[in-house]
Design a protein around this ligand. Structure first.
Ligand code: ATP
Ligand code: MG
Length: 287
């Protein structure tokens, strides 16, 4: 492989496997193995049909608990510096478990370790060194990324939500066809209990509650981060789907990736979706 320079742009579909879906966020280090296996099988089949996927894994019961115990949000020097490596290791193992599952279907995938290619900047954005990701994509290896522990220009270290990664991908290098955020809820739920079908600056005002429910450990903004990220992506012309990832079959999964799936929230799908200047263009340092 010689040239992965700016002359090659990568067409990708980004899939976030939410921690709420693949783990039990009320109990430390619990992974829903069967659900993850089923998702790996679906991903393997869709890879054959869709081509290039980029997977982001949520931290769930692994990342959020570890970050909290290490006091990661307090940054340097107040967090537990001597045990940071354990969190990094746990997140890497989670991604490698998925890589193993995909390998069992003959699909090559590779876990990336977050401190090695991402740094949180002082303007609130993320610097992402994408060359290794581009190499993987060129070789038809699925990159498995995640948030987790990253270095931070101001705080030294910080927890990072994987939801933010699509925003950090260079638009000149990656053409993101769509971002699919799989969670354990049907979509973004409004104050009246209904699912917001088209999320935009106007419908956004119908949602007050966006945090994770009590009992769950979550330190990266829950649904709020997903709402902010998908609205910012929509402003760049990138559509997103926020939906339940449990019990998917092939037809439903394919429709999430390429169709107009029912029973979920769509962001940036309509040309007249009312996106206006008050959608966040960049992100504050929330998660
Ligand atoms: N208005 C809302 N609509 C939908 N979900 C909401 C809303 N308010 C709060 N939530 C909660 O947000 C959760 C999804 O965010 P959360 O960050 O927990 O999931 P995730 O991103 O899949 O997990 P992780 O951050 O571990 O990857 C839902 O499970 C739900 O309980
Ligand atoms: Mg989250």
């Amino acid at each position: 492989v010689t040239d992965v320079s700016i002359t090659s742009r990568h067409d990708i579909t980004v899939i976030k496997l939410g921690g709420s879906l693949i783990t039990d966020k009320t109990r430390q280090d619990t992974v829903h193995d069967k659900d993850l296996k089923d998702l790996a099988a679906l991903l393997a089949r869709q890879t054959a049909i869709q081509g290039r996927l980029l997977i982001i894994m949520g931290g769930g019961a692994i990342g959020h608990f570890a970050a909290k115990q290490l006091r990661l949000h307090q940054g340097f020097p107040h967090c537990d510096l001597t045990r940071l490596h354990r969190m990094a290791e746990k997140m890497y193992t989670l991604k490698s478990v998925l890589a193993d599952m995909l390998a069992s279907h003959g699909v090559p995938a590779l876990a990336f370790q977050e401190t090695s290619y991402m740094v949180a900047r002082d303007d609130g954005g993320i610097s992402l060194y994408d060359l290794p990701i581009r190499h993987a994509l060129r070789m038809q290896i699925i990159p498995i990324l995640s948030g987790g522990l990253v270095f931070d220009a101001i705080k030294g270290v910080r927890p990072l939500s994987g939801d933010l990664i699509p925003l950090a991908l260079d638009q000149l290098v990656f053409r993101i066809r769509r971002v699919v955020m799989l969670t354990d809820v049907a979509g973004v739920i409004a104050n009246d209990g209904t699912i917001i079908r088209h999320l935009d600056a106007v419908t956004r005002t119908r949602i007050a509650q966006l945090d994770s429910p009590p009992g769950r450990v979550d330190i990266t903004g829950g649904m709020q981060t997903k709402v902010d990220v998908t609205l910012a992506l929509a402003r760049r012309g990138i559509p997103s789907v926020i939906c339940n990832g449990r019990g998917l079959d092939d037809a439903r999964f394919e429709s999430l990736l390429t169709g107009t799936p029912p029973d979920c929230s769509l962001v940036g799908f309509r040309p007249d979706n009312g996106l206006s200047a008050d959608c966040p263009a960049t992100f504050h340092r929330a998660g």
